[in-house]
Design a protein around this ligand. Structure first.
Ligand code: DC
Length: 210
């Protein structure tokens, strides 16, 4: 079984995907990490994330080791990731990897939870279960801000909100594979839910008939 989870930045997709993968004994793929790893390579190479050729080149050269880069969750890489993600050459280079992962069901597991922006719409449109996880921009910014502050950052909440809104705009407005809810997906708005409540709602949908 494939569970596709899409939604905007900092909506809680990652935590939910991990919990669901653990619960069902499925493999888990965070596709945002692939775009982040490409962005991190581009920055390390001294290129601009808006340079289409450099971004596509780095996407083709991506290795497993790049997924462990230390700066993957930094604000700088978050911003650059949403830029390289607008390049069709980058998306094409990452598409096969994502599909192969879902098909292989790594480790002999019987399913996979794959999270991103275009999983239910483009990458795995045949996924049995599709969730669209979202929350208000203010709520997502506050969650992300708390995470950053607890890891020692002195960033201000307004700055995080600005960056979340900007990334939403880029993810929604890009020409290819823009962020949108897949037809028939289950909408999970976590603005007023904690992680346990979101998990319970997701499980009820996954175990249900549709
Ligand atoms: O989920 P995330 O914040 O780690 O994703 C980082 C960026 O990668 C996001 O701004 C857009 C891009 N992305 C994408 O375009 N398609 C995906 N399937 C996953 C992420």
């Amino acid at each position: 079984m494939i569970i596709a989870i899409d939604g905007p930045a900092a909506a809680g997709k990652g935590t939910l995907a991990k919990k669901l993968a653990e619960h069902y004994g499925f493999a888990h793929l965070d596709t945002g990490a692939l775009y982040r790893a490409v962005a991190s390579r581009v920055l390390r190479a001294g290129a601009s994330p808006d340079d289409a050729d450099a971004a596509a080149r780095e996407a083709q050269a991506l290795t497993e080791a790049d997924l462990k880069a230390e700066d993957l969750r930094s604000e700088r890489v978050s911003d650059a990731a949403s830029r390289v993600a607008t390049e069709p050459g980058v998306r094409a280079a990452l598409l096969d990897f994502q599909r192969a992962f879902a098909r292989r069901h790594p480790g002999g597991r019987s399913g996979a939870v794959v999270e991103g922006r275009d999983i239910g719409t483009v990458v795995l449109p045949d996924a049995e279960k599709k969730l669209f996880v979202t929350a208000s921009a203010e709520c997502r910014a506050e969650r992300r801000w708390k995470e950053l502050v607890s890891s020692g950052s002195a960033i201000r909440l307004e700055e995080v909100l600005k960056s979340v809104v900007e990334r939403d705009r880029r993810d929604q407005e890009r020409a290819q594979s823009s962020l949108r809810m897949a037809e028939g997906a289950f909408l999970l708005d976590t603005t007023k839910l904690d992680i346990d409540e979101a998990f319970t709602a997701a499980k009820a949908y996954i175990s249900g008939p549709n």
